[in-house]
Design a protein around this ligand. Structure first.
Ligand code: GLC
Length: 438
């Protein structure tokens, strides 16, 4: 337990130093030994308070993983620490993948604009302008790619794998995988107990209790989906012919809508005009978010592009329109009610990744119930901008109380506050620094 804020800050700095690989920071030593897209964005947001140049480097290192078509890869593999199946999931089957570096063929929530902006706030005006000018073309290419390849004409981004959401096993996504991406051989291996053998090659359960993670069968279904995409060359035309997973996911789209607004501010400071087509697309996205509103339950939901229906499975994603920042006061009020409701998101150690009244709720199971510091950070920011300053302050205090044990785990038991998952997780440390310093 950290004695005070000074000690907490020092402990957080130690975690970032431990996971520092020179030009980028890995999320965790054993569990996640590569560079991840949204992790590095959160890390840069914390690092900017310690060393702004190192924060810039964290983000420019991510550009190694930008494809020729603009996609930002969800992870850039280190040469060591490879898992046996990695080659079957990498993006090398697509001609746009960069050469000389191994990346995933998927993307992750577009937090880049937010991170670029926040790092820029730590620079004097002339340096800020040149920082923005340097990063702007890359962020524009990324956003243009999302519209070119992942928008089916409605203005919302379609994810092709749950990993792209950053909330891997979140119930709405898991439900879609069970419905449409469950291969027949998996059902057979489950029946014959062959599936138990998967434990032998799983990396995660060597470091974390298996009851906190996906089952072997779920893990195998996720892998199978990645492998299928790899065989299709991550080519959106082939993938969309008969997709096994296609979801307009809320967290991703809310972050995208917010990132578009930030991109406009970056461009303005840099003195650059954004392409007209991009500006039109940005407006389409804001309007399209309202298509995800589900009147009977009074919340926003992700939409399956396979069934064409909203996925009626609540998760923390339902609150993310507060971060998007473009919803009406009336709808924001409805979300606030859920945030404050005991049977939903109001636990003793908020905010759970799944509401308590969901049949999936389990306070220690990864994205199915624990509280995470990154989603709290997004909500704190969203609450502040939506005019809920008291609630934002309260959540900030609760988050700092939760991390005060100083282990900086990836997630916390949302009922008891007990640290769960792996210790020394980078974004928990980085965002703690940001919460302490802002
Ligand atoms: C897990 C998380 C994802 C994160 C990654 C690396 O896959 O679900 O959000 O980016 O680990 O920390």
């Amino acid at each position: 337990m950290a004695k005070d804020e000074t000690e907490l800050l020092q402990n957080a700095k130690n975690v970032l130093a431990l996971n520092d690989r020179g030009r980028w920071t890995i999320p965790h030593g054993n569990l996640y030994p590569h560079q991840w897209l949204w992790d590095s964005c959160f890390i840069a947001i914390g690092l900017r308070h310690l060393d702004v140049e190192r924060a810039e480097l964290e983000l420019t290192s991510l550009l190694r993983g930008q494809w020729a078509n603009g996609m930002m890869a969800h992870l850039i593999f280190s040469t060591h620490g490879q898992r046996p199946t990695q080659i079957l999931e990498e993006g090398w089957t697509n001609p746009n993948a960069p050469s000389g570096i191994k990346t995933s063929g998927l993307t992750q929530p577009p937090m880049l604009a937010e991170a670029v902006w926040r790092v820029g706030q730590k620079l004097k005006i002339p340096e800020r302008r040149s920082w923005f000018n340097k990063m702007l073309p890359h962020v524009i290419d990324f956003h243009n790619w999302l519209y070119a390849e992942r928008d089916a004409g409605k203005g919302l981004v379609i994810l092709i794998h749950p990993y792209e959401s950053g909330t891997d096993n979140s119930p709405p996504l898991m439900q879609e995988v069970h419905k449409y991406a469950w291969p027949w051989w998996l059902t057979v291996s489950e029946k014959t107990h062959l599936i138990k053998a998967v434990s032998l090659i799983r990396r995660d359960i060597r470091y974390v209790d298996s009851n906190q993670r996906m089952s072997n069968a779920e893990g195998a279904a996720y892998f199978n989906l990645s492998y299928r995409l790899n065989r299709q060359g991550f080519d959106i035309k082939s993938i969309s012919k008969k997709p096994k997973f296609a979801v307009e996911e809320l967290t991703f789209n809310c972050i995208f809508i917010r990132a578009n607004e930030i991109l406009k501010k970056i461009a303005k400071t840099a003195g650059v005009d954004l392409p007209e087509k991009l500006l039109i697309n940005m407006e389409r996205s804001r309007a399209a978010l309202e298509e995800l509103w589900h009147e009977p339950s009074g919340q926003y939901l992700s939409r399956s592009m396979i069934s064409g229906e909203l996925i009626q499975e609540p998760s923390i994603a339902c609150l993310m329109p507060l971060y998007a920042g473009c919803i009406t006061k009336g709808r924001a009020e409805k979300l606030m009610k859920q945030l404050k409701e005991r049977s939903q998101f109001h636990t003793d150690w908020p905010v759970p990744s799944v509401p308590q009244n969901s049949s999936f709720f389990n306070p220690i199971k990864y994205w199915q119930g624990p509280s995470w510091v990154n989603t709290n950070w997004l909500l704190i920011d969203g609450l502040e901008r939506s005019g809920y300053q008291d609630e934002a302050n309260q959540l900030k205090q609760n988050t700092l109380k939760m991390v005060a044990d100083g282990d900086f785990v990836d997630y916390f038991n949302s009922l008891t506050g007990e640290p769960s998952g792996a210790k020394n997780f980078s974004w928990t440390a980085a965002l703690t620094i940001d919460l302490l310093k802002t």
